[in-house]
Design a protein around this ligand. Structure first.
Ligand code: 5GP
Ligand code: MN
Length: 334
């Protein structure tokens, strides 16, 4: 039996199914989780989505997103759902630590059959069934591909389709990254054929900025942008006080690092944000710059070659200094 078929069988014979994705939800983790949720709901399964933390506001329009249980807010309920599940679908992450240290032990200890569908590099071996394709542009695309291979594409409807569209769109910078293939566009065409209203999803994601968010981003770009002398590297750092000044809400700095990468001549961009007592770091690059290696070597992180992240527990100043000192060894030789 193919892995796609095995996953289908595991889901068909189970009733209590939990869908889990990584910490700090993004469009792909919410999109693929909710696509799976709507598919399993259609089959009458007792399915719940349990995420480490709640979705940012810009993703809260997703149909039934409000049914997601956030582990950090509803810890007891989340623990019970994980412990009682027959199957746990692990979507859009490659190792248990990506759900965060609070939730990780409960995911690891759960006796459920675990299924991974993911596109991050170096997947760890904690699931009985695994679809891991690191060249895929998004987990949402892998979910579609799984449905195709498992012979259940007839189940695709506008609701499941909208969730898949969201995941592909957000993980590809609106279909522009090198990871996008003709197959991606054939999927998008199919999604429109089953009734997905593509422009509404773009509007929900890109045209719902608050004034505070626009001002924070304007401030960050005009006052906080640092371009390293003679190097194709630029970064922005934001302190907790600066976020507070603009009434920061989750998601307000989403995509900001991509704007830095969009500066002429810049090949590598970084964003340092002081949040919850730590410095969360996002890296983006073009060309041969392997930002996952930088994130792994110095900032307890990882990710893809062109989009990675990490964390630092020193001050914002020390963190950016460490970055400036160490980034040199990762500049590709021309
Ligand atoms: P973002 O900058 O959007 O938070 O993250 C970009 C990508 O970097 C994610 O898709 C994920 O692959 C990776 N990433 C972000 N933060 C971490 C982290 O703390 N650890 C690891 N291993 N990967 C991360
Ligand atoms: Mn993803």
């Amino acid at each position: 039996m193919s892995e796609a078929q095995s996953i289908l069988s595991a889901l068909q014979i189970a009733n209590r199914i939990v869908v889990v994705a990584h910490k700090s939800p993004d469009g792909d983790s919410i999109g693929s989780s909710m696509a799976m949720y709507h598919l399993l709901k259609k089959w009458g399964k007792d399915v719940r989505v349990v995420h480490p933390d709640a979705a940012p506001e810009y993703l809260q329009w997703v149909p039934d997103q409000s049914t997601i249980v956030a582990f950090d807010e509803n810890t007891e309920e989340s623990k019970k759902l994980l412990a009682d599940a027959e199957v746990i679908c692990c979507l859009d992450f490659n190792e248990p630590s990506r759900v965060g240290k609070d939730m990780q032990p409960f995911l690891e200890q759960a006796s459920a059959v675990k299924i991974m569908i993911d596109h991050h590099l170096n997947p760890s071996d904690f699931c009985q069934f695994r679809i891991s394709e690191t060249s895929a542009c998004s987990t949402a695309q892998l979910l579609y591909e799984w449905m195709e291979e498992a012979g259940i594409l007839s189940e695709l409807d506008a609701m499941i389709g909208a969730c898949i569209y969201l995941g592909i769109m957000t993980d590809t910078g609106s279909f522009r990254f090198p990871s996008v293939t003709p197959y991606t566009h054939r999927i998008l065409a199919h999604l429109m054929e089953v009734g997905v209203v593509h422009y509404q999803i773009h509007e929900q994601i890109y045209d719902t900025n608050t004034i505070d968010r626009i001002r924070l981003r304007g401030y960050a770009l005009s006052e906080k942008l640092v371009c390293l002398d003679g190097l194709p590297i630029a970064y922005i750092s934001l302190s907790a006080e600066e976020l507070e000044r603009f009434h920061y809400r989750k998601g307000d700095t989403e995509g900001l690092v991509n704007q830095v990468l969009g500066i002429q001549g810049i090949q590598m961009a970084a964003l340092f944000v002081e949040k919850d007592g730590a410095i969360k770091i996002s890296f983006r690059s073009k060309g041969n710059f392997k930002v996952n290696e930088l994130a792994g070597a110095h900032f307890e992180g990882g990710g893809h070659g062109y989009a990675a992240g990490g964390i630092s527990f020193t001050t914002l100043k020390e963190t950016t200094e460490k970055f400036v000192t160490n980034v040199h060894e990762f500049i590709p030789v021309a």
